[in-house]
Design a protein around this ligand. Structure first.
Ligand code: ADE
Length: 261
C-alpha cells in the first residue's frame, strides 16, 4: 500500500493540485467531455484536481502496437498483455511519482462511499482500466494496491467504472463542492439513503409539497427528513440497517412508520 494520505492541514496552492488522478486506458478519449463538465471541469480548470492519461498502446513492444493476446489455457476473447500496461504505469509514475493504484475489475472489492472518502484523502491515485476479457493477472500481483468493482455487472472495460470513481471521489475533495454541507447530508454518509427533496413550484401537476417543509420549523424538518431517510433505507436497502444499526430515535421512528404503513 502506498502511504500518500494528506495531512488535514496540508496547504493547497494553485501550483500543487490537492489530488492527482492518473488514468491508464486504451481509450483515453472516452474521458474528454466528462473531465470538462460541471464541478469536475471547474476543479480541473482551477488546478485543484489534475488528471493525466496514459495509453498502454503507446508502450506496446510489437510493431503492430498490439496490446492483447489470447488467454493461456484457452477460452474466448483476448487478455491485455502485462508488458504494455506495466510500461504505461512506470512511465506515468516516473514522471509524476508513485500513486495509490486501483485496478478496475468486476472481480474486485465493491466500491462504496467509504472507498471514495479514502481516495479523496490521498494525493495521487491511479485507475488502471481493463478491456477485453481482462488484464493479465501479473498486473494485479505486481502493481495493484487494490482491485475495485463498481457493481455486480460486467462492463466492456474499466473506463466507465473509472469515471464513476473519479466523480464520487473528486466531489469529496475539499473545495470541489460549493457547499460543504451537501457532502454530510447525503446518501451513505451515515449509512442511510438520502431523504427526498422538493423545490418550486409549490404545486406541480396537482401534486403539492409535504406541509412540514413549508413550516419553517427547522428541528421538525430535520426530524422528518431523518425519518424519510429511514423509510427509504428500509424499503430499498434494508441491508444497510444491518451494517449501521438503528439509533434510539430511529427505533421510535420505525414504530411511527409501521403505524402509518
Ligand atoms: N470492468 C468491467 N466491469 C467492471 C465493473 N463492474 N467494475 C469495475 N471494472 C469493470
Amino acid at each position: 500500500m502506498s502511504d500518500d494520505r494528506l495531512d488535514a492541514n496540508d496547504a493547497v496552492c494553485a501550483t500543487s493540485p490537492r489530488l492527482v488522478i492518473e488514468i491508464i486506458s486504451l481509450f483515453p478519449e472516452v474521458f474528454t467531455s466528462f473531465l470538462q463538465a460541471s464541478l469536475l471541469g471547474k476543479a480541473i480548470a482551477s488546478g485543484l484536481i489534475a488528471v493525466e492519461r496514459t495509453n498502454p498502446r503507446d508502450f506496446s513492444p510489437g510493431r503492430h502496437r498490439q496490446v492483447d493476446d489470447s488467454p493461456y489455457g484457452g477460452g474466448p476473447g483476448m487478455v491485455l498483455r502485462p508488458d504494455s500496461v506495466a510500461a504505461a504505469i512506470d512511465d506515468a509514475e516516473n514522471r509524476r511519482g508513485r500513486a495509490h493504484r486501483l485496478l478496475l475489475s468486476p472481480s474486485g472489492r465493491l466500491f462504496d462511499q467509504k472507498c471514495a472518502a479514502d481516495l479523496a484523502a490521498r494525493k495521487r491515485i491511479m485507475l488502471i482500466c481493463g478491456r477485453y476479457e481482462g488484464v493479465d493477472e501479473r498486473i494485479a500481483q505486481l502493481y495493484a494496491d487494490q482491485s475495485v468493482s463498481i457493481g455486480d455487472y460486467v462492463l466492456a472495460g474499466g473506463e466507465v467504472a473509472a469515471a464513476v470513481i473519479i466523480e464520487a471521489t473528486a466531489r469529496l475533495v475539499p473545495g470541489v463542492l460549493g457547499c460543504g454541507e451537501s457532502v454530510v447530508e447525503e446518501s451513505f454518509s451515515a449509512g442511510r439513503l438520502e431523504f427526498p427533496q422538493w423545490t418550486r413550484p409549490p404545486i406541480f401537476r396537482e401534486l403539492g409539497v409535504p406541509e412540514v417543509l413549508l413550516s419553517g420549523n427547522h428541528a421538525e424538518v430535520a426530524r422528518w427528513r431523518r425519518r424519510e431517510a429511514l423509510r427509504r433505507t428500509l424499503l430499498y436497502r434494508p441491508n444497510l440497517i444491518d451494517r449501521y444499526p438503528l439509533t434510539e430515535e430511529e427505533r421510535a421512528m420505525l414504530a411511527e412508520l409501521e403505524g402509518t404503513a
